[in-house]
Design a protein around this ligand. Sequence first.
Ligand code: ZN
Length: 448
Amino acid sequence: MDEFNAYVETNAERFIEELKGFCRQPSIAAQGIGLEEMAELVRARMEKLGVDVRLMPLEGGPPIVYGELGEGRRTLLIYNHYDVQPPDPLDEWVSEPFDPQVREGTLYARGVADNKGDLLARLQAVESYQTTMGKLPLKLKWIIEGEEEVGSPHLPAFAAEHAELLSADGCIWEAGGKDMKERPTITLGLKGIMYLELRAHGASSDLHSSLATIVPNPAWRLVWALNTLKDENDNILVDGLLEHVVEPTQAEMEMLAAIPFEGDMMLANFGIPRFIRGLTGIEALKKHLYEPTCTICGFKTGYIEQGTKTVLPRTAMVKLDFRLVPDLEPEMILDLLRKHLDRRGFTDIEVVTGHGEHPAKSPPDAPVVKAAIAAAEAVYDQSPVIVPLMAGSGPMYPLTQAFGTPAFSTGVGHARSGAHAPNESIQLDDYYQGIRFIGELIRRFGTV
Ligand SMILES: [Zn+2]
C-alpha cells in the first residue's frame, strides 16, 4: 500500500479542498435546503471515478444516490448520507457553519463529521486505489441518502423495494472514529427505537378546578398509567418486554471490558452525583448498551405558564421513547404496551405511534468485520476498540441485517467532533488515516 499512501499524501491538500467544497453546499434535511444540489455534487464526484451512478427519486423526499463500481468475488455496500443538521445556534460558531475553515489541523464546518467527511474520504480512497493499485478487487455499491438527519422516513420502503441493489457480503456504515483516548473504534450495531405518545382525555373542555371533586383528571390518569411502566430502580415493567432482551455473551462482555468508560468524567459533565442504581464501570456500560429504555421525553397538560390558574385540564399527553436492544422490535413494543395498559384497565389511554427502528447487530467474526479490524490495525498501529452495540439508533437494519448482511461503522470523526453541535469538526490527520483505512479495507476484504 506504499504507493497508495504516497498518493494520499501528495493529494492531501486537494482532498481537503474538495471536502471544503462539499461542506460549502448547505444540505439541511429538516428545512429542505440545498438537498438536490448536494445530491448532484455527490453524483458528479462519483461519476468522475467511473462509478455507474444514478439519482433515484423518492416520492416526497430528496433522491437517493446509488452507484456501483468494480467486480470481484465479494461486494461491499457503503452507506452514507449527504444531508446535515441545521447549524443553529449560529452565534456559537467560531467561523460560519457553511464556510469551512482549518484551525490548528482541525477542519470546522457543519456536516464535516456527520457525514460529508466519511462520504468523501471513501470516494477519495477509491480514486487513490484505482490510480495506484489498478482495478478494484471487489464490487462496491453505494447507497447515499439525503434524509438521515430526519429519521430516514423513506429508506425502509426503498430498501424493501430494491433488495437486489443492496445485496452484499458486508456493509460499512456511515460514521464513527476515534474515542476519548484517540483509539480507533469499530461499531457492530445500533439500538432500535420506538417513539410514541400516550394521551388521556377528560371533559370536553378545561374546567374550573373545583370540579375535580367529581370530574376525572386526565393528568392523574396518565400519571397512574405511567407509574405502571417503570419502577424506581429503573426496571421496565411492561408485561413481557424484558423476556425479549438478549444478555451479552461472554465474548461481548470481553469487548465491553476493553471499551474505555469515562464514568467520572460523564458524571461531572452531566452534573449528577451518580448513575442509575449507583452503577459504575463495566456494569454501567453494560446497562447503557444492553438494556432497553423507557424515557419520558415530554409531558404536556394543563396550565404551565407563570402564576396561578386553577384549572382541571381537558387532556394530558406524554411523549415516550423506548430504545430497543436485540431482540426487541418497534411493533412488539406497541403490542406489549397496548396489552399492558388494557390489562390494568387503562383502555382509555390512547397510544399514538411515532417513529420506529429495529435494533441491528453484526457478529464480530463476520468476514467484513475481520477485514475492518485488520485494516485498522495496519493503519492505526493499534487494535481498534470494538463496540458491539451503540446506544443510539439508525436505519441500519432495513439496509443490512434484514438481508443477512453484516455491517460495521467507523469513520473520520473523533470524540469531540460535535456532530449536530456548533463548531462541528474533524482532525485532518484522522481524515488522511480514514482514507488509508478504506484503501486497506478494500484490499483485504477483496482479496482475503
Ligand atoms: Zn447526524
